[in-house]
Ligand binder design. Structure first.
Ligand code: GDP
Ligand code: IMO
Ligand code: MG
Length: 414
């Protein structure tokens, strides 16, 4: 009986999908609890690459998969994903649904924002969560049981976009009826029978609707404790939080990014790291590791239960001198509080430099273990651990399954 949560600690795309695929073998059930099809979680096995959007990234294992009520579901794209991944999945009766209207409104709002556009994924995520709060969103159970109340108040007010047509209802019922269920009840009974559950977060702490770089954020909470709401599973039963971060930082879409690198080096990192959005294909902005931001993200994610996993060490290798922000300078004063960046103040990173990491045969490091990793990388990780006062349990050194090295085992690694 154990329960763990994987969360992103930056602006998403930290490599959560790779880690979830790797950990999934140790769990009976894998659960999404936030976001929706805005997520793009990549799993690479051999030469095959899979990107999951609303399905948990454990679809390659024969595990029970769940989509909790905190997720917004687009039946059309779920049908597509299911046709490519025949899996055993349950979608909670209470999930809000994304109809063509929410996708239309997402795009329209972006157009109206003009130069202040957020750069959303265009998947209807913001309007779907907003509709829920306005109490006009259809839920899975409304489609399955066919008891549609008049939910069109917002559509009538705003106009535009497609309504909920009979065809849409029919398609949604076909997709959802066989897989709809009571996720909290199933998870609790599985757990009480001794089963193990892995919760898979989408996005990252800095995109959290409440704690992120608002308004340049997504529309759900992205932190570990949201499992309590988004999956209906008691947050007090979470044994372990596994926070994932890149050894540098990326961000897709607009918004503050204190350590952003502009110019040739960012192109080099983007090219080497394949930093293009898994959902939209957009070029990701690239920057140095920001330990002020990381410390903030950790503080929001059950720090006493948190273990850190870093990804993409292989991408930093061979790049020359490295940097990481250890503080900010705000109006000439040093600060180590990320809230300064949230408040839109002019934040200049204070950098520490690190020796270049040589490019090595990472396959052989994966086979031989952490001791075989370049000492410059080990020193970099030691520094980060001391700064953050959090244990780093694993470093990922390649996209493929198996390309990572453990430093110390996570509590439940077997
Ligand atoms: P997620 O949204 O957090 O699951 O991350 P994405 O899948 O959107 O983006 C991470 C990208 O980095 C994917 O293309 C992964 O295949 C890749 N990746 C993950 N870990 C590593 C790593 O350690 N090294 C390299 N080179 N690529 C990695
Ligand atoms: P994963 O789970 C990176 C970003 C979008 C945009 C903002 C709002 O793969 O890490 P939205 O469509 O959610 O309203 O867009 O959030 N965003 C992500 N960036 N990874 C993600 O998911 C993201 N999901 C949303 O680029 O800036
Ligand atoms: Mg992603």
């Amino acid at each position: 009986m154990k329960s763990s949560v994987v969360v992103g600690l930056q602006w998403g795309d930290e490599g959560k999908g790779k880690l979830v695929d790797q950990l999934a073998q140790q769990y009976d059930a894998i659960v999404r609890f936030n976001g929706g099809g805005n997520a793009g979680h990549t799993v690479v096995v051999g030469n095959e690459k899979k990107v999951f959007h609303v399905l948990p990234s454990a679809a390659l294992w024969r595990k029970k998969l769940y989509i909790g009520a905190g997720v917004v579901v687009d039946p059309e794209s779920l049908e597509q994903e299911l046709s490519q991944n025949p899996v055993n999945v349950m979608v909670d009766y209470r999930c809000g649904l994304i109809t063509p209207f929410e996708k239309w409104l997402d795009k329209r709002l972006e157009e109206l924002r003009g130069t202040n556009a957020i750069g959303t994924t265009g998947r209807g995520i913001g309007p779907a969560y907003a509709d829920r709060m306005l109490r006009v969103s259809p839920r899975v159970m409304d489609v399955v049981y066919g008891d549609f109340r008049d939910l069109s108040a917002v559509r009538r007010l705003i106009g535009g976009g497609d309504g909920i047509t009979d065809e849409w209802i029919e398609m949604s019922r076909r997709v959802l009826s066989p897989i709809a269920g009571d996720v909290p009840e199933s998870l609790l009974s599985l757990y009480e029978e001794g089963g193990s559950i892995l919760f898979e977060g989408a996005q990252g702490a800095l995109l959290d609707i409440t704690y992120g770089t608002y308004p340049y954020v997504t529309s759900s909470n992205t932190v570990a404790s949201y499992v309590g709401v988004g999956a209906g599973f008691p947050a007090s039963k979470i044994d372990e939080v596994i926070g994932v971060a890149k050894l540098y930082v990326t961000r897709v879409g607009a918004g503050p990014f204190p350590t952003e690198i502009i110019g040739e080096l960012s192109e080099k990192i983007r090219g080497k790291g394949g930093e293009y959005g898994s959902t939209t294909g957009r070029a990701r902005r690239v920057g140095w590791l920001d330990m002020v931001a990381l410390k903030y993200a950790i503080s929001l994610n059950e720090p006493a239960k948190l273990k850190l996993v870093f990804t993409k060490a292989d991408v930093l290798a061979g790049l020359g001198d490295l940097r990481a922000a250890v503080a900010y300078s705000v109006d000439g004063k040093e600060s180590s509080n990320f809230v300064d960046a949230l408040a839109g103040k002019r934040v200049e990173p204070v950098y520490e430099s690190f020796d270049p990491i040589p490019d090595v045969d990472w396959e052989s490091v994966a086979k031989s273990g952490w001791g075989a990793a370049p000492k410059q990388l080990r020193n970099f990780i030691d520094f980060i651990q001391d700064y953050l006062k959090v244990e780093v349990t694993e470093v990922s050194i390649g996209a493929r399954r198996g390309m990572s090295v453990e430093l110390r085992r996570c509590a439940f690694s077997s």
